[in-house]
Ligand binder design. Structure first.
Ligand code: 5GP
Ligand code: MG
Ligand code: MG
Length: 183
């Protein structure tokens, strides 16, 4: 795979690495203020949230702990179905913890809404969501999301952790995938 081939799979860059980092600093400052004196647990949803978790956690000047969940929402290609299965559960007991779920993107909202229901019975002191991207035009269910990075158009995007068929996660910017790749 050559670098030019990767570039020809991209229609245009939507959000740059610099814009993402600036936004993460902004949200980290809000989170720092909002969770003052509280025990903060960041829960990343694998694998898409790996990059945002790595950068967001380092933008926080406070103590925090980190855990991961892997879920698969069955669906094909560029659509999720809302039928969610846990592939890897948390290692952490949520009792008394202030949980902030860190997500790459909210599309239909089905995955997050399932996760929030799943977390509701685990005894956390609070559960909130930070999603780096959200597609407001794609929402099938409303998800109460406290922190949003960017609202983006209803297009399939890749990069900064977001994949198509497991590829493109390593792109530094977030870009619209050219339809010729998946159609
Ligand atoms: P939802 O359940 O909200 O429809 O979407 C859940 C998951 O589908 C996201 O966490 C993400 O992994 C994937 N997804 C949704 N939209 C996109 C997109 O535009 N690009 C990529 N690469 N993944 C997406
Ligand atoms: Mg995700
Ligand atoms: Mg994916």
């Amino acid at each position: 795979m050559r670098a030019e081939e990767v570039q020809s799979d991209i229609t245009r860059v939507l959000v740059t690495e610099e814009q993402i980092q600036a936004k993460l600093d902004e949200i980290a400052a809000q989170v720092t203020a909002d969770y003052d004196g509280k025990e903060l647990l960041l829960v990343g949803v694998l694998k898409g949230a790996v990059m945002v978790m790595a950068d967001f956690a380092r933008a926080l000047p406070t103590h925090m702990t980190m855990d991961w969940m892997a879920v698969s929402s069955y669906g094909t290609g560029t659509r999720s179905s809302g039928v969610v299965q846990i592939r890897k559960d948390l290692d952490t007991d949520l009792h008394g913890k202030h949980v902030l779920i860190v997500e790459d993107i909210i599309d239909s909202g089905l995955t997050l809404s399932w996760l929030l229901t799943n977390f509701a019975s685990r005894g956390a002191a609070s559960v909130e969501v930070f999603a780096l991207f959200r597609k407001p035009d794609a929402a099938k269910v409303e998800v109460d999301c406290r922190y949003i990075g960017f609202d983006i158009p209803n297009e399939f995007v890749v990069g900064y952790g977001l994949d198509y068929a497991e590829k493109y996660r390593n792109l530094r910017d977030v870009a619209i995938l050219a339809p010729h790749v998946y159609s």
